[in-house]
Design a protein around this ligand. Structure first.
Ligand code: GDP
Ligand code: MG
Length: 465
């Protein structure tokens, strides 16, 4: 039995269920792994369907899938969408921007020349709406106070304000779009956000936000806002469902489930490097919430943490202790196209930090590692941080930038492997000594097992371990 099969069939767990988590700061390759695992399950004749379930984040995610020379960055839609037989569920824990979602559906059809989406897309009617008003409010917040410590984390996609609405007890959920008197709620929302934005010194109708692919868009008047929602609610209607019975029935059958998380544990609001964190729950337990407890996340058999094997990347203000010297970082950035899928921002490049990884695995509930980007190595050794020191004392990670600024990384070097050899392997039985040593060190350090290696961005540039 392979490690992958073992992970999917753990004793006492729900078989053929797997969570795909970002184990560092996002952009590790979760999308392509989800896409490939969807195919893996569907290739087994005994499964007619697979469910790919997203439980967190929204249009701030960017999950790339590449196939047959075609490539797309998915934002709100789960990465099983290219497969017939797959149900892609956008869960209650997500925040959904309706018009961006419609554009994403159209882009998938266009890039892959589909008349209809191959997978079935289902939106939980309980998912929270993230609207243009949230983006406008985020803009006003960000621009009214340059001193706000966390504002750098904002992607301008209105994610945090949409989640905040729930805590304020003013949320608007997808189902509210379909109430008979729906306009009343949305006009009230427009008026409330206009007042808040006025208080910050801006006018709602003048604010330019970013819509799909960063296109500038003026929110404009309340009338314009309602008209746009009127269009979206009609077009989205076929995808909106009460998901409870569907999830209940399938979780209690043998349908494979892939829970595709967005962002990474390093961005989780509790475990990430405060204050530059994301608003959503990036760890395993978010799945329990999103499914209203139908899926107890502790029952999920495999819990994959995806990492870029030989380095880590990060977008935002956070400063990683292992930040790479710019002359090396540039090489990696170009070789691995390290520019944000959603924002296009150049990503910061750092050496892999096992101290963080070990903590993120523990807090994120990760039990297996997926090693992507095994093709990105440089001529000399692969340098990996294995310890932090403050003065001469060995210390651990804490989710706090001010603390992290005071630690000094200590590195270990690994011999590089031959990439061409790795690419030509058909099975992991013949992995080179260098690769095996590298994988084993990570697994031992983080108390996980290794299940997959990827050595290129395309579907099938993969070895199952
Ligand atoms: P996600 O947000 O975790 O789904 O990851 P992204 O799609 O934002 O970023 C991952 C980037 O790495 C994308 O540009 C992928 O095409 C690319 N990628 C994924 N796996 C590999 C790999 O094994 N090697 C290389 N060179 N690139 C990869
Ligand atoms: Mg991404």
């Amino acid at each position: 039995m392979t490690n992958l099969e073992k992970s999917l069939n753990k004793k006492g767990r729900r078989k053929n269920s797997v969570a795909i988590l970002g184990a560092m700061f996002g952009d590790e390759g979760k999308g392509r792994i989800t896409d490939e695992l969807t195919e893996y399950f569907l290739n087994k004749k005994r499964f007619k369907n697979v469910i790919v379930y997203r439980d967190n984040g929204g249009a701030n995610a960017g999950h790339t899938i590449s196939h047959d020379g075609k490539k797309i960055g998915l934002h709100q839609i789960g990465s099983g969408i290219l497969h017939k037989g797959c149900y892609v569920v956008l869960g209650k824990g997500m925040v959904i921007h309706p018009s961006d979602l419609l554009e994403e559906i159209e882009e998938i059809k266009q890039v892959f020349e589909f008349k209809e989406l191959p997978a079935n897309l289902m939106i939980d009617e309980m998912a929270v709406l993230s609207t243009d008003l949230h983006r406008a409010f985020e803009y006003a917040l960000k621009n009214s106070s340059s001193k706000s410590l966390g504002s750098a984390a904002a992607t301008g996609r209105g994610i945090a304000p949409a989640y905040a609405d729930v805590v304020y007890r003013f949320p608007l959920r997808i189902r509210d779009l379909y109430k008979r008197d729906w306009k009343v709620y949305f006009i009230e929302q427009y008026n409330r956000y206009s007042k808040w934005i006025n208080g910050l010194g801006f006018e709602m109708k003048d604010i330019k936000i970013q819509r799909y692919k960063g296109r500038e868009y003026k929110v404009g008047s309340c009338d314009k806002y309602i008209k746009d929602l009127e269009r979206c609610r009609k077009l989205l209607k076929p995808y909106v469902f009460n998901m409870y019975d569907f999830i209940f029935k399938n979780w209690n059958s043998d349908t494979p489930f892939i829970f595709e998380k967005a962002q990474g544990i390093g961005l989780d609001s509790r475990w990430g490097l405060y204050p530059d964190v994301s608003a959503s729950n990036c760890s395993l337990d978010g799945i329990t919430y999103s499914t209203e407890g139908i899926v107890n996340a502790n029952d999920i058999s495999a819990r994959f943490g995806v990492i870029k094997s030989t380095y880590t990347s990060s977008v935002g203000k956070r400063v990683l202790p292992t930040a790479m010297e710019e002359k090396y970082a540039t090489v990696i950035r170009d070789e691995a196209h390290e520019y944000g899928t959603t924002t296009g921002r150049p990503r910061d490049i750092a050496y892999m930090d096992l101290v963080m990884l070990e903590y993120f695995c523990k807090m994120g509930g990760i039990e297996e590692l997926v090693f992507t980007h095994m093709d990105i190595v440089w001529d000399s050794a692969v340098k990996v941080c294995t310890k932090y020191k403050i003065k001469d004392k060995v210390v651990g990670y804490r989710p706090d930038q001010e603390y992290i600024d005071s630690v000094k990384p200590v590195y270990k070097e690994f011999k590089v492997w031959n990439i061409e050899n790795l690419k030509n392997l058909r099975s992991t039985k013949k992995l080179s000594k260098e690769v095996t040593k590298f994988l084993d060190f990570y697994s031992e350090y983080t108390n996980t097992s290794s299940v997959m290696i990827t050595y290129g961005p395309d579907r099938h540039d993969t070895l199952f371990i």
